[in-house]
Design a protein around this ligand. Structure first.
Ligand code: HEM
Length: 384
């Protein structure tokens, strides 16, 4: 006669989780790990705030208002009229002003300056927040075993992000009226990498290391492979999104589901279209970004089929959160176009940028679950 029973049922009945049964944890080490995990989660939230500020800086066209890179002196904004005039004077010689914004007065300039200044100031704050504790011996002693190298990696990534930010801004100071879309894509992509890295550190630290290793042995490799494939498509979608945003591709076709009068934009079906147009022609990039979103929906539903059959119910739960986020993101993307006016969609564009991080974070959470499935006690096997 067959009967359902739980793997580790005997231990799961007596312990809060299977971990306690498989190996005795070191109480103090666990506390230290959890503390660091919370620090990672708080830091991720602060990073998300940076994404919001960065988004506002971009959609208000404020990014080129500060034309110098002064790591220390730049902390203080212009304080009196002559300092403001000086900063405005430097802005007045770049192409963005001479070719596009020559109507601006000092008062208009102050409005865009403040966003870029805040973006840079907050970047410095985040940098200090990860670097400073490293110089405090009492805090250094509390770093969980094996995590010093992760901490140093995060510092390096954040420092690179600052340098790339300047590399991006410098691309818009000489010939162009905007920053290079490719450099914007690098800047945004690194932000996804940093956020994911910090989140994974936090999630790992919430479990004892031996349990993580133990759970890794239970992986369903075909689900792992499929989930990683979708992660790569999602990442690609974010890069394309940055190219859409950087090339202001949404100015060209502001309708949905058509692009102009047809589904395929004229630029994509023209016989002159070359390979390079795929990453340089704004209309084609926007077309690929939209189409990839539909593909992501299809792939997500296909993956849902597989996830539903997974023995671990937490995998399905986190996948549902991701599905909700991705559907919301698609609707926001469509909403940007449906507003029909590029300048009136500012708020939705900032939300779209922010939600792209929420989507990715929810996927990283799901992926972590696929890698290190929890809920061992809930695996049902049929005993005969
Ligand atoms: C899986 C779903 C999607 C993801 C992950 C995603 C991600 C992104 C990202 C990261 C950006 C760059 C940052 C930004 O400006 O918002 C972006 C821009 C953009 N996306 Fe999406 N997107 C998705 C779906 C869509 C859809 C379905 C549409 C429209 C049909 C769309 C339209 C746009 C537009 C118009 C922009 C440029 C906004 C601007 O110029 O500021 N997106 N997307």
């Amino acid at each position: 006669m067959s009967q359902n029973r739980l793997i580790f049922q005997d231990v799961a009945d007596t312990c809060e989780n299977a971990s306690q049964a498989v190996s005795p944890g070191n109480f103090h080490e666990d506390i230290t790990r959890r503390r660091f995990a919370y620090a990672c989660f708080i830091f991720s939230a602060l990073l998300l705030l940076m994404v919001v500020i960065g988004g506002i800086t971009r959609v208000t066209d404020s990014g080129l208002s500060i034309t110098q890179w002064e790591v220390i002196r730049g902390i203080i904004p212009p304080l009196n009229h002559s300092e403001w005039q000086e900063a405005f004077g430097r802005y007045q010689i770049i192409p963005e002003f001479t070719q596009q914004n020559s109507w601006m007065t000092l008062a208009d300039f102050k409005k865009i300056y403040i966003w870029e200044w805040l973006h840079r100031l907050y970047g410095r704050f985040l940098g200090l927040l990860v670097i400073m504790p490293l110089f405090i011996p009492r805090i250094r002693k509390l770093v969980p075993v094996g995590y010093m190298r992760h901490w140093v990696t995060i510092i390096i990534l954040i420092t690179c992000q600052g340098a790339i930010g300047w590399w991006m801004v410098s691309s818009g100071l000489a010939e162009r009226v905007d920053v290079s879309p490719y450099r914007l894509a690098v800047h945004l992509s690194l932000a996804f990498v940093i956020m994911s890295y910090v989140l994974v550190c936090g999630m790992r630290l919430m479990q004892p290391e031996w349990l993580i290793q133990h759970r890794a042995r239970n992986r369903n490799m075909s689900l792992v492979r499929l989930s990683i494939s979708l992660a790569m498509v999602l990442f690609m979608q974010n890069i394309l999104g940055a190219l859409v945003a950087g090339g202001e591709a949404a100015k060209i076709y502001l309708e949905w589901p058509m692009m102009g009068d047809t589904f395929f934009p004229y630029e994509a079906i023209s016989s002159y279209v070359g390979y390079m147009d795929i990453i340089s022609d704004p209309a084609i990039i926007q077309f690929i970004h939209r189409t990839l979103a539909y593909l992501i929906i299809v792939l997500s539903i296909m993956l849902w089929w597989k996830v539903r059959r997974s023995a671990y119910n937490t995998i399905a739960t986190y996948y549902k959160y991701f599905l909700l986020c991705v559907l919301a993101q698609v609707m926001i993307g469509i909403g940007i176009l449906e507003i029909g006016d590029y300048h009136r969609s500012i708020a939705l564009r900032v939300i779209h940028q922010t939600v792209s991080f929420v989507v990715f974070a929810s996927y990283v959470r799901f992926l972590f679950e696929v890698y290190y499935s929890q809920g061992i006690s809930e695996v049902r096997v049929t005993a005969t």
